[in-house]
Design a protein around this ligand. Structure first.
Ligand SMILES: CC(C)(COP(=O)(O)OP(=O)(O)OC[C@H]1O[C@@H](n2cnc3c(N)ncnc32)[C@H](O)[C@@H]1OP(=O)(O)O)[C@@H](O)C(=O)NCCC(=O)NCCS
Length: 198
C-alpha cells in the first residue's frame, strides 16, 4: 500500500490507525510547575514478564494495545535484558499505574518506547509529571534526538500532549493489523469504542 487512494478500504477483521512520529532535537527548558507524581517511580531492571504484561494490559487494553502481547516472550526478554533499554513503573498505593520505557539502544538517540498512565489516573496531572521525568532522564544521556510515535488508537489527547511536551511531528504512516480481539490476543470486550468488523 505505497500509494493509498483517497479512501482506502480496510479488509474485515483488520484494524487501522494513523501513526505520527514526533521528535525533539534539544532538551526543552526546565522549570515549569507540574503536579507531583502521586506515588513512587522506580526503575525495574529485567522486569518479570508476567508482571510487565499485567501492567501493560491494565494501561492499554482499553486502547487496543497489543504489540507487546503478540511478540514472542523471548524477544521481549531480550529487549529487557539490554542495559540500554530501561523500564520505569509508577506505584500508587501498592498498584503499578503507569509505565515509562526509554530505549537508548541506537547510539545518540532515545526512543520513548512506551508511555502510559492507567485509565484511573488519566487526566490528573500524572502524564505531565511523568513526561517531565522522561525528558530529564532522556537528556541526561549523550543524545541529540528524543523521539516517540503515537497512533489514533492511543488516548485522543496523546498527540497534542506530546506536542505540548516539546515534540515536533515529522512523519505519518498508516498501520493495518489483524484485530487483536479476533486473534485472541485481547478479549473480545476490549475497547468497545472501536467496533469489531468481521
Ligand atoms: C496521553 C497521556 C499520557 C496524557 O497524560 P494525562 O495524565 O492524561 O495528562 P495530564 O492530566 O498530565 O495532562 C493534561 C493537562 O492537564 C494538566 N492537569 C490535569 N490534571 C491536573 C492536576 N490535577 N494537577 C495539575 N495539572 C493537571 C496537566 O498539567 C496537563 O497540562 P499541560 O499538558 O498543559 O501541561 C495519558 O492520557 C495516557 O497515558 N493515556 C493512555 C495511554 C496512552 O495513550 N499513551 C500514549 C501512547 S503513545
Amino acid at each position: 500500500m505505497d500509494h493509498p487512494s483517497e479512501f482506502t478500504d480496510i479488509p474485515a477483521g483488520k484494524i487501522a490507525a494513523i501513526v505520527t512520529y514526533l521528535e525533539m532535537r534539544a532538551a526543552p527548558e526546565a522549570g515549569r510547575d507540574t503536579a507531583p507524581l502521586p506515588g513512587e517511580l522506580r526503575r525495574v531492571d529485567e522486569p518479570d514478564l508476567d508482571w510487565y504484561l499485567d501492567v501493560y494490559r491494565h494501561i492499554g487494553t482499553d486502547l487496543l494495545w497489543f504489540s507487546r502481547l503478540s511478540i514472542p516472550r523471548i524477544q521481549l526478554l531480550s529487549t529487557f535484558s539490554d542495559p540500554d533499554y530501561t523500564v520505569y513503573a509508577l506505584n500508587c498505593d501498592g498498584r503499578d499505574e503507569a509505565l515509562l520505557e526509554l530505549d537508548f539502544r541506537n547510539k545518540g538517540e532515545c526512543e520513548l518506547a512506551f508511555f502510559g498512565v492507567s485509565p484511573e489516573f488519566v487526566g490528573r496531572g500524572v502524564g505531565r509529571a511523568l513526561m517531565d521525568k522522561a525528558i530529564q532522564l532522556a537528556w541526561a544521556e549523550p543524545i541529540d534526538r528524543f523521539w516517540v510515535h503515537t497512533c489514533t488508537l492511543d488516548h485522543p489527547r496523546a498527540l497534542a500532549f506530546y506536542m505540548r511536551s516539546g515534540f515536533t511531528a515529522y512523519r505519518r504512516e498508516l498501520e493495518v493489523a489483524d484485530d487483536p480481539r479476533l486473534t485472541g490476543v485481547l478479549p473480545r470486550e476490549a475497547a468497545p469504542q472501536i467496533p469489531i468488523i468481521e
